[in-house]
Design a binder for this molecule. Structure first.
Ligand code: PLP
Length: 415
């Protein structure tokens, strides 16, 4: 079968998948226009089926910290595939990746690999409920933790883009067990903990909010969450699916010096293949079967090919890499600011907000001029720069985004 044009593949996809896609934001509803059909990626570039080349800031929505088809990752995957498996048994690959993760994120004494960030968040919440014997959890408005029923309450990411506050098909009783607080507002958390004294199992937070656009934690916010959860006997869960191994070698918990009880991981640790993990204090994770009473399993969990891709990726992420990527991200941020834009950035995560000032919470993020974002998005796309197709998604820089690409991006943005 020959490679068809973008239009032809799009039409075939439209007849097969809801909205023509296998994940909602890909459909471009938030920016108008039609989805691309991608066929190749190399370093910071992606090519569509018509042969158009883009500087890629989507980065697969987070995993591609070292760009597309990094030779070390390709080689690791090839070697792992050729070794056969999976085996339905433990392999050295998962032990090696787990040790690497733990060495960089010491709050993770033990962990469990799963197949997506969704699964990881869902399982971490299950552990927190088991550990505390409590039912309620607190999340933040605009925080995204995957699509498990209980987390589709005031969620960010695609759920914002589509203006679906929760989701059809989530029962009232499940939704009622999720309380919502305001990001960067400790008093809103304290109020929920007060009202539901002794009933809150966990507070789950993206330590840097990245699914309402990038919204950094205000000074003292994460420390405050640590203190409030300690006082309430609730488990503090950092969802570092995006920030883990991106904003610092040890994630947001290292960058801000706040230690959670449980951490949720995904994206980068799979090197571009499907993955998730949850981990934390040993006595919490040892509640998981077969060590403990919390059931959680996965046929393909710890898949040797995925583990090899993740290990190869993390091994590339040496401390000097963070310095280099941060310098380029800073140059991009400053250039965009000089072009008159409101930019928020943490490490290699960045959002241009169509609002006078970058927002501090989801309510402010929603005030952005999404039509203006759509116009900007299409102008950049026409100039060969592919941004995430929503105001509420972060731009992801990789180690492969060199100065020339940053310059081309800035030239497109200020034209
Ligand atoms: C992407 C994401 C998830 C969900 O991960 P999937 O692998 O898409 O299920 C959870 N939390 C955060 C913060 C994310 O960005």
């Amino acid at each position: 079968m020959s490679i068809g044009t973008v239009a032809a593949w799009r039409e075939r996809a439209a007849r097969l998948f809801p909205g023509g896609v296998n994940s909602p934001v890909r459909a471009y509803r938030a920016v108008g226009g039609e989805q691309p059909i991608m066929v190749r990626g190399q370093a910071a570039f992606a090519w569509d089926a018509d042969g158009n080349r883009y500087i890629d800031y989507v980065g697969a929505f987070g995993p591609l910290m070292i760009g597309h088809a990094h030779p070390a990752v390709v080689e690791a995957i090839r070697t792992a595939v050729e070794a056969g498996g999976p085996f339905g048994a433990t392999t050295p690959a998962e032990v090696r990746l787990a040790e690497l993760i733990r060495s960089r994120m010491p709050s993770i004494e033990r962990l469990r690999f799963v197949n997506s960030g969704t699964e990881a968040a869902m399982s971490a919440l299950r552990v927190a409920r088991a550990a505390t014997g409590r039912d309620l959890v607190i999340k933040f408005e605009g925080g995204y933790h995957g699509h498990a029923d209980s987390m589709l309450v005031d969620a960010g990411s695609g759920a914002v883009t589509l203006s679906i506050p929760g989701s059809a098909g989530v029962t009232k009783s499940v939704a009622a067990e999720t309380l919502v607080a305001t990001y960067n507002d400790l008093s809103s958390v304290a109020a929920q903990l007060d009202t539901h004294r002794g009933m809150v199992a966990a507070v789950i937070v993206e330590p840097v909010a990245a699914n309402m656009g990038v919204v950094p934690p205000a000074p003292g916010f994460l420390t405050g969450l640590r203190q409030l959860t300690d006082r309430a006997g609730a488990v503090l869960i950092f969802d570092e699916v995006i920030t883990g191994f991106r904003v610092a070698p040890g994630g947001a918990q290292e960058l801000y010096g706040v230690t959670p009880d449980l951490t949720v991981l995904g994206k980068i640790i799979g090197g571009g293949l499907p993955v998730g993990a949850y981990g934390g204090r040993a006595e919490l994770i040892d509640l998981v079967a077969p060590a403990g009473p919390v059931y959680q399993a996965g046929t393909l969990s710890g898949h040797p090919v995925v583990m090899a891709a993740g290990e190869a990726t993390l091994l590339q992420l040496t401390p000097d890499v963070y310095t280099a990527i941060e310098a380029r991200a800073d140059r991009l941020q400053e250039g965009l600011r000089r072009a008159g834009m409101s930019v928020a950035r943490v490490g290699s995560l960045l959002t241009v907000f169509f609002r006078d000032m970058a927002p501090v919470n989801f309510r402010e993020a929603k005030e952005c001029d999404t039509l203006a974002f759509g116009k900007f998005f299409h102008r950049m796309r026409a100039a060969g720069v592919l941004l995430p197709p929503s105001q509420f998604e972060a731009w992801f820089l990789s180690t492969a985004h060199y100065d020339a690409g940053i310059d081309a991006t800035l030239a497109a943005a200020s034209s």
